[in-house]
Ligand binder design. Structure first.
Ligand code: SF4
Length: 455
């Protein structure tokens, strides 16, 4: 390593943190170049500098203590926390599992009511295994990302039918055996419900760890995510892993928030490099809070986007720009009929059992090609409705109502809404895909998406 280092120094490569040359502080690029100069095989990977990690056991211990003491004092009163300690019975549905799946991409305030209704309806694995997809979709209606509920139910069915009703209890088994359970959810269930000392990394944890250790490389890249998992596994408290993981997430949700973090109230600010850097500024007097080396450190901000004093700790984390959502137009028609009791009824049809909004009900809808003329749009919709009704539908009879925009995670959807009043016998053909007439009240109680409620 001394030979490699000397070659790197001779080559004029920039060294990590701008400090005096040290054998283990050489940048990856310098190591690779030096190895090539020396005729040796290129270095596979150089570890990033220690300042991006928690390598001091005393600091790890202190951080755990401060964070857990704060959590014990300040944690929010959430329904799934009340059940955590009592949900380890083999037959019970783990509260953490349900809440974690619901909380993906969804705010706590929205989830609470859904969570309470779900646990009341299906308190055990057996009860959930016996539920139908229709019941699951009805309860999930409005929560979005419908495949989550479907996979939760499929996983409960698998536990009951293939695993003798016993939940897997380690993160490795949970992830391997249960559909819809990824690395994060597996870690959360294993640590919170079953006490396994394993870390978790979700959006809140990414933000907190990137700030604690000044990680400014793209936080959605696999290399950075792997480092964050390593860090979470080092940090997790061995005797209270579930509480520690919840505390870290709670800190991200309530104190170390994305836009205006409350650093003054933060229980771990003395361990936070972003906070120190904000306090001391970007001056040469504090070399330990400078970037490691422009362009060389895989965890520092890229040279093209250095630390910005005006952003303070919110310099971290950083993410590559997301792809813009795909634009889609869909024609939809509200068919209205005076039912047997004289009250207006509306036709809803069921979507296919896989893909976007699988198994949910909607007004008959048809995806449109971009830039279709309005006249052609009406004709295509009329043909589509005819297939549902089993009788001719005149394009001229369709009344344009307006447009509804709904943003799915990856789709910018515009619904072009028409209506059509109908008379006569409206008996539906049972040979066609599932469809039914519903009153307005029944519509709202059905498994319909938020987008359809807007329509
Ligand atoms: Fe987040 Fe500020 Fe605490 Fe650092 S000091 S962890 S930036 S809230």
């Amino acid at each position: 390593s001394v030979r490699v280092h000397a070659a790197a120094a001779r080559s004029g490569s920039r060294l990590c943190c701008g400090r005096a040359p040290q054998p283990f502080a050489v940048s990856h690029r310098a190591l690779t170049r030096a190895a090539l100069l020396a005729g040796a095989p290129a270095a596979a990977a150089a570890p990033p500098p220690a300042r991006h990690f928690f390598s001091d056991p005393a600091e790890v211990e202190a951080l755990r203590g401060s964070l857990l003491a704060w959590y014990d004092r300040c944690k929010r009163d959430l329904p799934w926390r009340a059940l955590v300690r009592g949900d380890c019975g083999p037959a019970l549905l783990p509260a953490v599992w349900v809440s974690e799946i619901m909380l993906q991409q969804t705010q706590v305030a929205t989830v609470i009511d859904y969570y309470n209704r779900w646990m009341q309806k299906w308190p055990t694995l057996q009860a959930l295994a016996q539920a139908s997809l229709e019941e699951v979709n009805e309860l999930w209606a409005g929560l979005g990302y419908y495949s989550r509920g479907k996979r939760l139910q499929e996983a409960a069915r698998k536990v009951v039918s293939e695993l003798a009703g016993r939940m897997p209890r380690t993160a490795e088994d949970l992830q391997k055996l249960l559909p819809g359970v990824g690395r994060y959810t597996a870690g959360a269930i294993a640590s919170i419900s079953y006490g396994q000392a394993t870390g978790v990394v979700d959006g809140n944890v990414i933000r907190v760890l990137c700030r604690l250790r000044c990680i400014g490389a793209d936080s959605s890249s696999p290399a950075v995510i792997d480092r964050l998992w390593d860090m979470a596994n080092v940090l997790v408290d061995r005797s209270r892993p579930g509480d520690f993981n919840q505390a870290l997430m709670e800190l991200g949700a309530t104190v170390c928030v994305p836009k205006a973090p409350l650093c003054g109230e933060c229980p771990v600010k003395q361990h936070c490099q972003a906070w120190r850097r904000k306090l001391f500024g970007n001056t040469p007097k504090v070399p330990d809070v400078e970037d490691c080396g422009v362009g060389d450190c895989p965890l520092c901000p890229p040279a093209t986007e250095p630390w910005d004093n005006s952003l303070g700790v919110t310099n971290f984390p950083r993410k590559a720009a997301k792809k813009p959502p795909r634009a889609m137009r869909t024609a939809t028609c509200v068919l209205e009929w005076r039912g047997c009791h004289g009250a207006p009824e509306y036709l809803i049809v069921q979507r296919p059992s896989s893909g976007l909004l699988a198994g949910l009900w909607e007004f008959p809808s048809l995806p449109l090609a971009q830039d279709l003329q309005e006249e052609r749009e009406r004709e295509e919709l009329a043909d589509h409705l005819q297939a549902w009704m089993g009788q001719p539908v005149a394009a001229k009879g369709l009344k344009f109502i307006g447009e509804v925009i709904h943003i799915f995670s990856h789709i910018h959807q515009t619904y072009v809404v028409y209506s059509l009043p109908l008379d006569g016998d409206m008996t539906l053909d049972p040979g066609l895909s599932p469809s039914r007439w519903v009153t307005e009240e029944e519509f709202h109680a059905s498994a319909v998406s938020t987008a359809m409620k807007k329509v």
